[in-house]
Every structure is written in structure tokens, then in C-alpha cells.
Ligand binder design. Structure first.
Ligand SMILES: Cc1ncc(COP(=O)(O)O)c(C=O)c1O
Length: 437
């Protein structure tokens, strides 16, 4: 049944007159979902659920676009924030929490000898790129552009790049995940010019043919730094992040979503020989030492360690991932979860094996109508998601599959859509470098 979205829609109309693109985050705005069917504004959230402004309850599989790793309104984190709030938020001098949370990060993250806190994932990666350029005295970056992308104000690799100086386009070279020969080609074309390779240990793909080992070797043999963007993989794939999970060592490793359960915090870590660069660089911001986020993050990491939260997330994720694919398979619907049980994505194809946005839209629409909120992009879940939540999801999926296979003939999915399909937010603009041989 469709939800009453009266208040959501009223707020959207007001936002149109007040905020560019409705909200500060592109991927949170109404056009990123099925507009007309999805709720637009959240009122509150608890555990694995949120309540929208019209009072509708949803089981949430987007988790704040990734940061809610423990769950909404999570008591030990809330308590730490409230305790700290009583002493103050931000001061004229640093607070002991900055030292304590740094020490906790250093005990947790492999090869980390120093840590610098920032406020967003974008700033952390930008800071690491800045340090790599300074250390190597080179300007160019080899960037793995096969999925997520950081939102550097100077990054020229994606659409919506108006205002980025034109010359920046020549400073960033794109290669694709698992294409080691493309990366080799970049180094061949730009000898002694590449400051760093920047990549996520994975987006959804599995590394093949020793891809990550070879990336590390290429960085070493060219005296370039390897910057790992662990904004999503950090504190999610394992407590020690993708470095541990994939057995790869980064020279600078960036964290963000995942470490603060929704608090505005990110971090750059690495061996002192590289991190010392920040002694000299003007990479600094007033709010970087804000203590509510530090207190909350300290509580998040402590909780993850003590309760082994990440292995429970894997267990639940495996049940969801495998259960989903088994059910859609049994209805002969090509609507599969791909990726990893803790970072997955729905992909839909028609009977001619062509990607089908309308089939995907229909799945999302029918799930959200049953109170299950999934985005067209990534599916995340948190420590607060229960096995009952997964069972609820799978039994609703069963009824959606039944509906689609019984009610829809000739693959006419679009005529059953009750809203508009999600709009593309960005596209990769610079084509990937391919091996010329
Ligand atoms: C892989 C990756 N890196 C960096 C970022 C940027 O993080 P933030 O949005 O906190 O600036 C994102 C955001 O989605 C991301 O997915």
C-alpha cells in the first residue's frame, strides 16, 4: 500500500524555495529515489528503523548513506556524546579526547603511527592527496574510478565539475579496478609524475589476479604513495578495515563513514614518515578538534571491539545476500545482489540480459511500499539490524517476486511504476586509461 507522504511533500515544496537541489547531500535528495513513492523527510530513527515526517515506519537499508554502522540512537554512543556535551563542544585548546581517540585508532588500524582527524571523507582523501603531492614533489594522481568517488572541490573526474580549474583534468588519470595493465600504462605515459595511486580496496568487485598486490608493487617501484580510501570499507569489512581484510598496506589510509556512527568525523592515518608531512602543510580547520564527534567515535570503536559487532554484521549480511538471490532466482527474476554481504547492491536485468532500470525501480517501489527502504545504489545494514529484520525483508521480497511474476506480462515493468525512476547523480567524466598494446 502506498504511504501518506503529505508532510514530506509539503517540506519538499518549501525546500525548493530555500535549498539548492533540496538538501546538502545529492544522494539524499528526492530525485535519487523513486519520487512520489519514497518518503522525502525523516523525523527520527531508532535501531534499524526510521520514522518519516508523516509517521510511516521503515526498515532502513541505507543507514544514513553508510555511516550508521552500529544503529540509530545507539545508547553507548549517545551517552558518550551527552557526557561530553556537559563539559563543552569545542574549546580554545585541544581536549584530551583528541589524544585518547587517536591512541585508540592507532591501536586498531594496521601500520598507523599518526592520525589526523578531519570532518568529512572528502577532506580526508583530499588531505592525503595533498600530502602525497608534497612528499613526492609530483602533481598527478592515478585514481581508480570504478565505483565510489570522493568529492574533492578540485577533483575534475566526475560530471558536475563546473568551477574546477581546467588544468586539473590533466592531473588526474583514471584506471579501472582489476585492470593492472591500465594502471601500468598510466605510469608509462607519465614517468616520475604520479604522486599517488588512490583507490578503495573494493567497491563491489573481488580483486582478481593479485590486483591489490600488484597495485602495491607499482606504487613501490615508482616511488609513488598508495592512498587507500577506506571511507566505506574502514570499520566495516573488519575492525582493521580493508588493509586487514585484503591484506594490503596503504601509505596513507582514510576513514570516514563507519567510524563515527553518523557523527561528522573522518581521519587520515599512516606511518609517521608520511604523516609527518602534516607538520608542514596548511591542512587545518576550526572544527577538526570538536569533541562530541571524538567522544562518540571513541565509544563506537570501543563498542565494535568489545561486542565484535562486525562479525554479527557479516552473519546477517550473508543471510540477506544469499537469501535474496535464492528467492529472486526461484522466481526466474534476474534481480541479484552483487558485492559483499556488508556492502551490496541490487542489479536487475531483463530476459535479453540488458540492465533494466524499470525492473529495479519496481523492486524498490514494492519493497518501500512494504516498509523496506532500499536505495538504487548501495545496500547497507548495521549492528542493530536483527535476524528478524532480515527474515521480514526476505518474506516481503517473496511477496514482491510473486507480484511481479504473476501480475506483469511481457516485461512491462514501467507501466506499474507509481513514481519517477531515480535520476543519475554523477557520472565519471574522464575515460579510464587502457593498455595500448
Ligand atoms: C569511497 C568514498 N570516499 C569518499 C567519500 C566522501 O565522503 P564524504 O561524503 O564524507 O565527504 C565517499 C562518499 O560517499 C565515498 O563513498
Amino acid at each position: 500500500m502506498a504511504h501518506d507522504l503529505t508532510k514530506s511533500n509539503q517540506l519538499k515544496e518549501r525546500a525548493k524555495k530555500a535549498i539548492p537541489h533540496l538538501t546538502g547531500t545529492f544522494s539524499r535528495a528526492a530525485p535519487a529515489f523513486i519520487e512520489g513513492v519514497y518518503p522525502v523527510y525523516v523525523q527520527s530513527a531508532n535501531g534499524s528503523h526510521f520514522i518519516d515526517v508523516d509517521g510511516n515506519d521503515f526498515l532502513d537499508y541505507l543507514c544514513g548513506i553508510g555511516p550508521i554502522t552500529l544503529g540509530y540512537n545507539y545508547k553507548p554512543v549517545n551517552d558518550a556524546i551527552i557526557d561530553q556535551l556537559k563539559s563543552g563542544i569545542l574549546f580554545s585548546l585541544p581536549h584530551p579526547l583528541e589524544v585518547e581517540t587517536s591512541e585508540l585508532m592507532l591501536q586498531t588500524i594496521p601500520h598507523a603511527e599518526l592520525v589526523k582527524f578531519e570532518k568529512s571523507g572528502s577532506n580526508a582523501v583530499t588531505g592525503a592527496v595533498r600530502a602525497a603531492r608534497h612528499i613526492t614533489k609530483r602533481d598527478k594522481i592515478a585514481y581508480c574510478g570504478s565505483g565510489g568517488v570522493w568529492h574533492d572541490w578540485q577533483a575534475a573526474m566526475v560530471s558536475r565539475d563546473g568551477g574546477v580549474p581546467f588544468f586539473n583534468r590533466d592531473l588526474i588519470k583514471i584506471f579501472e579496478y582489476n585492470d593492472i595493465s591500465g594502471l601500468e600504462q598510466i605510469f608509462e605515459d607519465n614517468p616520475e609524475e604520479i604522486a599517488a595511486i588512490v583507490l578503495e580496496p573494493t567497491v563491489y568487485q573481488k580483486p582478481s589476479n593479485d590486483f591489490l598486490i600488484n597495485v602495491r608493487k607499482i606504487a613501490d617501484s615508482n616511488n609513488s604513495l598508495l592512498i587507500l580510501d577506506e571511507i566505506v570499507t574502514g570499520f566495516r569489512f573488519s575492525l582493521q578495515g580493508g588493509q586487514k581484510y585484503f591484506n594490503i598496506k596503504g601509505d596513507m589510509v582514510c576513514f570516514g563513514k563507519g567510524m563515527g556512527n553518523g557523527l561528522p568525523i573522518s581521519a587520515i592515518t599512516g606511518p609517521a614518515e608520511f604523516m609527518k608531512a602534516f607538520d608542514e602543510l596548511w591542512v587545518s580547520s576550526t572544527n577538526n578538534s570538536e569533541t562530541l564527534s571524538l567522544a562518540g567515535t571513541k565509544a563506537v570503536i570501543t563498542e565494535m571491539k568489545e561486542k565484535n559487532t562486525i562479525s554479527k554484521c557479516w552473519e546477517n549480511g550473508i543471510k540477506l545476500f544469499e537469501g535474496w538471490n535464492k528467492i529472486t532466482d526461484s522466481y526466474n527474476l534476474n534481480a541479484k545482489m552483487i558485492g559483499y554481504p556488508i556492502r551490496m547492491k541490487l542489479e536487475c536485468y531483463d530476459t535479453k540480459n540488458q540492465p533494466s532500470d524499470s525492473l529495479k525501480g519496481l523492486f524498490l517501489q514494492e519493497m518501500v511500499k512494504r516498509g523496506i527502504f532500499m536505495s538504487p545504489g548501495v545496500v547497507f545494514h548495521s549492528f542493530s539490524h536483527t535476524m528478524d529484520d532480515i527474515d521480514f525483508t526476505l518474506s516481503n521480497l517473496e511477496s514482491v517476486c510473486k507480484f511481479i511474476s504473476e501480475k506483469i506480462s511481457n516485461e512491462d515493468y514501467s507501466s506499474h511504476l507509481e513514481g519517477s525512476l531515480p535520476k543519475t547523480i554523477w557520472t565519471m567524466k574522464i575515460p579510464p586509461t587502457k593498455n595500448k598494446k
